[in-house]
Design a protein around this ligand. Structure first.
Ligand SMILES: O=C1O[C@H](COP(=O)(O)O)[C@@H](O)[C@H](O)[C@H]1O
Length: 231
C-alpha cells in the first residue's frame, strides 16, 4: 500500500516534499552519472517547485521533464513549461536541463516522435512527482480522453501520447502510464478537501479508465502528500 502524509499547511508540504525529492535525487546521483525528475504542471506545484529550486544539488546532472503539457504558447498562464521555467529552472536549479514537451506552432502529433526520443533518452524516471485533478486525472490522462486506453497500457511501448478530452481545455501531450509507473520513486501532490475526496473515491472503486490516478495507487514506491490548504 502507498504511504499517505498529511501536512499542516502548503508551506510545510512544499518544504518537506522538496527535501525528500532532493534527497532521492542526490542518492541517485551518488549511484549514477545523471538523474531524471518529472514534475506536474497546473496550479498546485508552484510552491514546491520554487522551494526545490533553492535546494543545493548538482543540478547540471539532472534532467527535468513535465508529466504533461498543454499545447498553448509559453506566454499563456496555462503553459506548464512557463510554470517550470518561472518556478523551478532558476536559483540553484538554473543548470537543470529541461526535456521539451512543447514547440511553438506545433501540434502534439507533429512533435510526438521527436519529443518521445527526448523522453526515452532520460528514461527511466528516477523521481516522479504527479498532481491530480478533482476528476482524478493525473498528468494529462483524463477520464474520457481520446487516447486513454492506449495511454494506460503499463506494458506499452509509448512514453508520450497526444490527448484530447472534454475535461482538458486544449490539446495535450502526456507521459504514458508505462513511462510514469516505471519511475523509481513516485509522489502525488494534492491540496484541498475536494481532491482528498477524489483520491478516497479512486482508492475505493472504479477502473483506471474512470479514475486514471489508479495507475499509481497502491504502489509501495508511492507517497501521497496532502494538505487541506490554507496558510
Ligand atoms: O491539467 C493539469 O492538471 C493537473 C492538476 O492540476 P491542478 O491545477 O489541479 O494542480 C496537473 O497535475 C497536470 O500536470 C496539469 O497539466
Amino acid at each position: 500500500m502507498h504511504e499517505f502524509i498529511e501536512y499542516s499547511d502548503p508551506a510545510q508540504q512544499a518544504e518537506e516534499l522538496a527535501a525528500v525529492v532532493a534527497r532521492q535525487l542526490s542518492d541517485t546521483l551518488a549511484r549514477q552519472e545523471k538523474a531524471t525528475l518529472a514534475v506536474p504542471g497546473g496550479t498546485t506545484p508552484a510552491r514546491f517547485l520554487s522551494e526545490l529550486s533553492n535546494t543545493a544539488l548538482e543540478w547540471n546532472r539532472v534532467s527535468v521533464l513535465l508529466s504533461d503539457e498543454r499545447f498553448v504558447p509559453e506566454t499563456e498562464p496555462r503553459s506548464n513549461t512557463r510554470l517550470l521555467k518561472e518556478q523551478f529552472v532558476r536559483n540553484a536549479a538554473a543548470e537543470a536541463t529541461i526535456v521539451p514537451l512543447y514547440a511553438a506552432g506545433a501540434t502534439p502529433e507533429s512533435v510526438l516522435e521527436q519529443f518521445s526520443a527526448g523522453v526515452r533518452k532520460v528514461s527511466p524516471i528516477d523521481v516522479c512527482v504527479l498532481g491530480m485533478g478533482a476528476d482524478m486525472h493525473v498528468a494529462s490522462l483524463f477520464p474520457g480522453g481520446d487516447n486513454l486506453a492506449k495511454a494506460l497500457d503499463v506494458a506499452g511501448p509509448d512514453v508520450l501520447i497526444p490527448m484530447r478530452a472534454s475535461g482538458a481545455e486544449e490539446p495535450r501531450v502526456s507521459l504514458t502510464a508505462s513511462a510514469l509507473t516505471g519511475a523509481t520513486h513516485l509522489h502525488l501532490l494534492i491540496m484541498g478537501p475536494e481532491k482528498l475526496a477524489a483520491l478516497r473515491h479512486a482508492e475505493s472503486e472504479g477502473s483506471a479508465m474512470q479514475a486514471p490516478v489508479r495507475i499509481v495507487l497502491g504502489r509501495r514506491n508511492l507517497t501521497v502528500h496532502y494538505t487541506n490548504g490554507g496558510e
